[in-house]
Write a protein that binds this ligand. Structure first.
Ligand code: GDP
Length: 295
């Protein structure tokens, strides 16, 4: 995961770790390499600039810790700033005080929305919840059937009204059905488009106004790099996204989205998608990813 970035950052910092004493030039040189490594990973230019500036300022005026060499201290600062960049600590889902908790899953077609909906449903089921999945993706051919198949596979009920229905009506009816059957979490798989467009946003806004979701989770494909960040900004502006699920982190992605989305949009990454198989969704831990990247 993010191997290119991990290798180049570790290489940039290895030289510092080896030194007993650091000059300001040593730090400058390492920061130049850190900057290049982040840019090569497709991290937003401004995010990189601010990041390197913060590390440099702390590294040069660094507080002395007896247990660490100056080089190790710089590595620690990079680790802390990387963690902070990705959101600090884990951000959990907001659950409704009076069930059912309603979660709208939004995102572009192909981002992994349907797969992620099933993974999240499975996570809830494993934690003794009673989820219901609602198939409101009426535009992508076979999306409804895909969700029904996944539902059977993980033993989670699926509510649908078919492809000819208004997605907002499906969502409303789905929440009503959850109440009737005593489901405590409703996961609405909304329609995506191949790109952000006005019709999609209006439909999602109408749905949001009707079902009052506790969470609006945006599913984005990490392989999209900076484009994922633009997609996140567009959805967040219109819907007030409460959390991001970054999918395909198992693939050969450079890492730009993971490192930039939080800083640019302010939306926390709550989960990551790590494969095509339906397994419980993995919570996103910024500190763990930072330590994997830094080795
Ligand atoms: P939707 O159009 O957004 O509902 O997308 P789908 O859920 O149908 O997923 C699109 C493709 O991405 C499918 O082939 C999924 O198996 C794949 N996919 C989804 N999540 C992941 C992930 O975390 N990792 C990988 N490698 N593939 C994924």
């Amino acid at each position: 995961m993010l191997e290119g970035l991990a290798n180049s950052l570790q290489r940039a910092l290895a030289k510092l770790k080896a030194k007993g004493k650091l000059t300001e030039e040593d730090v400058q040189e390492a920061m130049r390499e850190v900057r290049l490594a982040l840019l090569a990973a497709d991290v937003n230019v401004k995010v990189v600039k601010d990041f390197v500036e913060r590390v440099r300022a702390r590294a040069i005026g660094q507080e002395v810790q007896q247990s660490l060499t100056p080089g190790q201290q710089v590595v620690k600062i990079v680790y802390e700033e990387l963690t902070e960049l990705m959101g600090g600590s884990q951000t959990r889902l907001r659950m409704a005080p009076h069930p059912p908790t309603v979660v709208m899953m939004v995102g572009l077609q192909g981002s992994g929305k349907t797969t992620t909906t099933a993974k999240l449903a499975l996570s809830f089921r494993r934690h003794q919840h009673r989820p219901l999945m609602v198939a409101a993706d009426v535009y992508r051919p076979a999306a409804i059937r895909q969700l029904e198949v996944l539902g059977r596979q993980i033993d989670v009920p699926v509510f649908s009204l078919g492809e000819g229905e208004d997605p907002v009506r499906i969502a409303e009816a789905g929440v009503a059905e959850a109440r009737r059957m005593g489901a405590d979490v409703v996961l609405i798989d909304t329609a995506g488009r191949t790109h952000v467009d006005e019709a999609l946003m209006q439909e999602l806004e109408r749905m949001q106004a009707q079902v009052h979701p506790d969470e609006v989770l945006l599913v984005v494909d990490a392989m999209m790099g900076q484009d994922a960040v633009h997609v996140a900004e567009a959805f967040h502006t219109r819907l007030g996204v409460t959390g991001v699920v970054l999918t395909k982190l198992d693939s050969d992605t450079r890492g730009g989205a993971a490192l930039t989305i939080r800083a640019v949009t302010g939306c926390p990454i709550k989960f990551v998608g790590m494969g095509e198989k339906i397994e419980p969704l993995e919570a996103f831990h910024p500190d763990r990813l930072a330590s994997r990247i830094l080795g």
